[in-house]
Design a protein around this ligand. Structure first.
Ligand SMILES: [Zn+2]
Length: 262
């Protein structure tokens, strides 16, 4: 804040800066702390009817305050306060850690405030809550996935939970789980007496994907290890690949029907 230019005493300036910077140091993550400090400065200037210039290192906070698209009630309330103080307060962005003495002083006070500042309650923005919830759910999911003893095949392909593989395409689920209209799976449920294919080999998903003579027009070369996760992730969004999986599945279903009639 440029106080000397507007006739504010050094002492007042220092104590104001200290309060604002304490706020910067104690609040929780995100840009809300910067917005809160700017809001405090606007209230301070309005109360004393003095012109101030607020230097902030947070470009996104300044942009949020200026944006007509912001939905956060907290930012909107700050925008209202700034509008009321529009002739008194101007906002300027400064680069952080660029040797700017004011910024260095701010960092100094922020460090002090982090150990002896008072608590300040700032509502968390929706995007922040969403991020925290997502992280929590992914950690829970991954922990469950890691500790579960079932789904060995799926774990080989997908060692950890990946959000973009949440899908309902049944052919991809057949591929991941080794379930579906294949002799090996139907035999487990006694729908078929034998897990083997009509060609005589073991009738699991990989057999139809790679070696069965009845599906040779659609065969694939399956990568192993970590490459398989990457391959699966990429191909499961490929329309041609999904169609190929569908064709293979239709053939294996027909084979199962034939085996049932034998
Ligand atoms: Zn076969």
């Amino acid at each position: 804040m440029e106080c000397d230019r507007y006739g504010v005493s050094d002492r007042t300036a220092t104590s104001f800066a200290s309060v604002v910077l304490q706020d910067i140091g104690i609040v929780h993550e995100g840009e809300a702390s910067h917005v809160a400090a700017i809001n405090f400065a606007a209230g301070w200037a309005l109360e004393r009817n003095v012109k101030i210039k607020v230097f902030s290192v947070s470009k996104s906070s300044i942009e949020a305050i200026r944006s007509p698209k912001v939905k956060s009630n907290f930012v909107l309330s700050v925008t209202d306060n700034l509008y009321n103080a529009k002739d008194l307060v101007s906002l300027v962005w400064v680069k952080t850690h660029a040797g700017n003495p004011g910024n260095e002083l701010a960092d100094h006070f922020a460090k002090i405030a982090s150990s002896c500042g008072s608590d300040m309650s700032i509502p968390a923005p929706y995007s922040y809550v969403k991020k925290v919830c997502k992280e929590f759910l992914m950690n829970e999911w991954n922990s469950y996935w890691k500790n579960s003893t079932t789904g060995k095949r799926t774990k080989e392909i997908l060692p950890s939970a990946i959000l973009d593989l949440l899908m309902s395409n049944k052919y991809v689920i057949y591929l991941f789980t080794n379930h579906g209209p294949i002799p090996a799976y139907l035999c487990r449920f006694k729908i078929l007496n034998n897990p083997d294919c009509l060609c005589g080999e073991h009738g699991d998903v990989d057999h139809y994907l790679t070696s069965c003579m009845y599906t040779k027009d659609y065969h694939l070369v399956l990568p192993t290890g970590a490459a398989r996760t990457h391959w699966t992730r990429k191909l499961c969004k490929n329309y041609l690949f999904l169609n190929r999986l569908k064709s293979i599945s239709e053939i294996s279903r027909k084979i199962c029907d034939d085996l049932q009639r034998l």
